[in-house]
Design a protein around this ligand. Structure first.
Ligand SMILES: Nc1ncnc2c1ncn2[C@@H]1O[C@H](COP(=O)(O)OP(=O)(O)OP(=O)(O)O)[C@@H](O)[C@H]1O
Length: 694
């Protein structure tokens, strides 16, 4: 990189905030984590216990870890050194007084890990558990692990987590970290969220679609619980390091805003002296500058935009690390981190480095918020992220690299300086930073809303259009979702409301997009429920490895090989990914059983599988034109087969695609050949209007 300058940075504090750090000399004497856990064990079967979900740990009582007193003392000292600790008493006082509060505190001040523990230690969770949402699964899992350690309890006991297709909870779980999507799902069966006394919506500034919908759900649940006799109050905490405080406070009935001052470890900020033409090159150069100078075990976190870029940079970094001129430097362990990696691989980044080693983690914005990665002292921020925007008119998702917001830049910087002082290198100038948007655009204003709308309907919210959104999506987006759901026969449109059909009700039970749920529900009709689950299971963790039937064959072969690790190795298949697919499939089978969907298999008749896929994805079909190009039937958009597709190079007349993504050109991902006659059978009116020949 051309060089960095170091301007003074100090975030302005909002005028309306209450500074909790004032008057903090009277820090309370806390019970030790183990005392707190023990004390709580007695109350484990009280009203506040969670529903009995899948157990990863023994469900009897609150399992205790083998104690290591010194380690515990050390953890307790770390907790006491956090900026939030001196504010504990005042914070709790405010929480007792107010049913809803907004908490703003610097990254690393201790909001996510400490506040739930304070609530628990004071036994304010006697009547219901504490649920903390996170936008991402890797955060939910890793924070739950840390908090379980601090509370000296096994993960899945007093402290647990629940993310899609994976959870570690038991009836005694009191502090539960969940993805926002999971809490939304829970609200379908329990709209008043009765098993919780406390809901903490963390990283509110990120404005993920699920968190935005949760704002409305929890606000309504709180109001209804207040008005119904026999319900305990629902306490809400909205947390972040940076957010549009006035907007949020207004939405939540002018609730108070509490400000936790200070950070534990300083972060030195560096900006590029001049604008960088090639941010990837600039970032890589910075990695090696740091690598040459920093002591081993001072690790580096590099933020880039997407999987392909990250894969290419990790390959390059590994290559360059072999260079003779770096022989004196620590060994370099280069790791990738992005959403498409399976959970176990994502969690690899948390493993400490060996002696004489340095790890470099090259990540998307998946590592931007909440997490503490041990060892990270340096953050390099490219200032960009890949942003998905749905275009209702053309029906495709555009995936574009865009500048991040200032709030995101602060979050990225906040991943350094968590265990000790750190540095953040911004591959952009101070002027470029100043020109960034203050906050990111809420996802709900730029996403396909079909899934969310189905969930709201399943919760009994009849008029989705008048739902109390903090920021209302456009009429065009809402309309597009209604059209998609009615094509899937999930809803019927009545004069002023939407009504869920029986099929729609079932679709809402699946932790999948409505169109994939529809595919599974059509399984029995085509005698292939089992195959659909396999294909869907595989789809969860890979986007570009092949097409539906190829994946199905892989999955069947894996089962036939008795899930053998060596077999996977010999066939260049990822064993753990296939195991994960098996697990996902098992869970989808459970949902099918709950919904009364018969399990059938079409064996070798794989055209039934493709036909079944078309029942859910029939609006995602492209037709070959005379000039050899494809046009989507739905919106007449030009699209190409992605080079990774098994169909690439061939010219089938009709192609069903799973995803249409515009990166420069619009590419169809994960494709299957379909017969136009099937399309007419599935949705005659739709395809007649599209002039599809039989
Ligand atoms: N897995 C971990 N290993 C080591 N230290 C940790 C771990 N998790 C948390 N910590 C320590 O606890 C501190 C507080 O973390 P916490 O996630 O509660 O902060 P936060 O205020 O919620 O930050 P953010 O806004 O970035 O989410 C961290 O800065 C770090 O010192």
């Amino acid at each position: 990189m051309a060089g960095f300058q170091e301007p003074p940075i100090k975030k302005a504090k909002n005028d309306r905030t209450v500074d909790l750090s004032a008057n903090t000399s009277q820090a309370p004497t806390q019970p030790s984590p183990s005392q707190a856990a023990n004390g709580h064990t007695k109350a484990r079967d009280g009203l506040g216990s969670f529903q009995n979900l899948k157990h990863k740990t023994p469900s009897k009582g609150t399992p205790q870890k083998t104690k290591n007193p010194e380690h515990l003392r050390n953890l307790l000292a770390q907790r006491h050194a956090l900026p939030i600790f001196p504010a504990r008493a005042r914070l709790l006082e405010e929480l007792r007084k107010n049913n809803t509060v907004i908490i703003i505190g610097e990254t690393g001040s201790g909001k996510t890990t400490q506040i739930p523990q304070y609530i628990h230690e004071e036994r304010l969770d006697r009547k219901g558990g504490i649920c903390v949402t996170q936008p991402r699964r890797v955060a939910a899992i890793s924070i739950a692990k840390r908090v379980a350690e601090e509370m000296d309890t096994n993960l899945g006991g007093l402290v647990g987590y629940s993310v899609r297709f994976e959870e570690a909870v038991c009836p005694a779980t009191k502090v539960k970290y969940v993805t926002d999507g999971m809490l939304l799902r829970e609200a379908i069966s329990d709209p008043l969220l009765t098993r919780y006394s406390w809901i903490l919506l963390d990283e509110a500034h990120e404005r993920t679609i699920n968190t935005d919908v949760l704002f409305g759900i929890v606000k309504d649940a709180q109001k209804t619980r207040r008005s119904l006799p026999g319900h305990d109050p629902l306490r809400l905490l909205i947390m972040s390091a940076t957010m549009d405080v006035d907007h949020f406070s207004q939405y939540f009935g002018n609730c108070p805003v509490l400000y936790v001052e200070g950070r534990q470890h300083p972060i030195e900020m560096f900006y590029a002296k001049k604008q960088q033409e090639d941010y990837v090159m600039a970032a890589m150069t910075t990695v090696f500058q740091i690598h040459r100078e920093a002591p081993p075990q001072h690790d580096i976190l590099l933020f880039l935009t997407g999987q392909e870029e990250i894969d290419s940079v990790t390959t390059n970094l590994r290559q360059i690390a072999k260079d003779g001129s770096l022989a004196e430097c620590p060994r370099l362990r280069v790791l990738s981190l992005y959403a498409a990696l399976p959970a176990h691989q994502q969690l690899d980044v948390f493993r400490a480095t060996a002696e004489g080693e340095r790890k470099v983690i090259v990540s998307t914005n998946i590592a931007e918020t909440s997490i503490t990665i041990p060892g990270i002292r340096y953050v390099i921020d490219c200032g960009r992220a890949k942003v998905r925007t749905y275009h209702p008119g053309s029906g495709f998702d555009a995936l574009k690299v865009k500048k991040i917001s200032q709030a995101q830049a602060w979050q990225r910087a906040g991943r350094a300086g968590r265990e000790a002082s750190g540095s953040c290198y911004r591959a952009y100038t101070r002027a470029e930073f100043d020109a960034m948007n203050v906050n990111p655009t809420p996802e709900i204003l730029r996403s396909n809303l079909a899934s969310v709308m189905l969930q709201l309907l399943a919760m009994g919210i009849k008029n989705v259009v008048t739902f109390d959104f903090i920021d209302k999506p456009s009429a065009e987006l809402l309309e597009a979702a209604i059209v998609q759901l009615s094509f899937l026969d999930a809803v019927v449109i009545k004069s002023d409301s939407l009504e869920l059909t029986e099929a729609g009700r079932k679709m809402a039970q699946f932790p999948l997009e409505p169109r994939y749920a529809k595919v599974i529900l059509s399984g029995p009709e085509h005698g292939c429920t089992e195959e659909e689950q396999a294909a869907n299971a595989r789809r969860k963790f890979t986007s570009v490895e092949g097409d539906h039937i190829t994946l199905l064959k892989v999955f069947r072969a894996f089962k036939a090989a008795k899930k053998n690790k060596m077999w996977c190795h010999e066939n260049f298949l990822n064993f753990r990914n296939l195991l994960y697919a098996t697990e996902v499939r098992k869970q989808l089978v459970q949902v099918c059983e709950r919904c009364g969907v018969a399990l059938t298999s079409c064996q070798q008749k794989t055209d039934s599988v493709r036909r079944c896929l078309a029942t859910g994805l029939f609006t995602s079909v492209a037709e070959l034109q005379l000039d050899g190009k494809y046009l989507t039937l739905d919106t007449k958009q030009e699209a190409a087969l992605h080079p990774t597709s098994a169909l690439f190079g061939g010219k089938p007349a009709y192609v069903l695609f799973t995803e249409l993504v515009q990166t420069g050109k619009a590419y169809m991902h994960l494709n299957s050949i379909v017969d136009p006659q099937w399309l007419h059978d599935i949705a005659p009116e739709y395809f007649r209007r599209k002039h599809v020949k039989r």
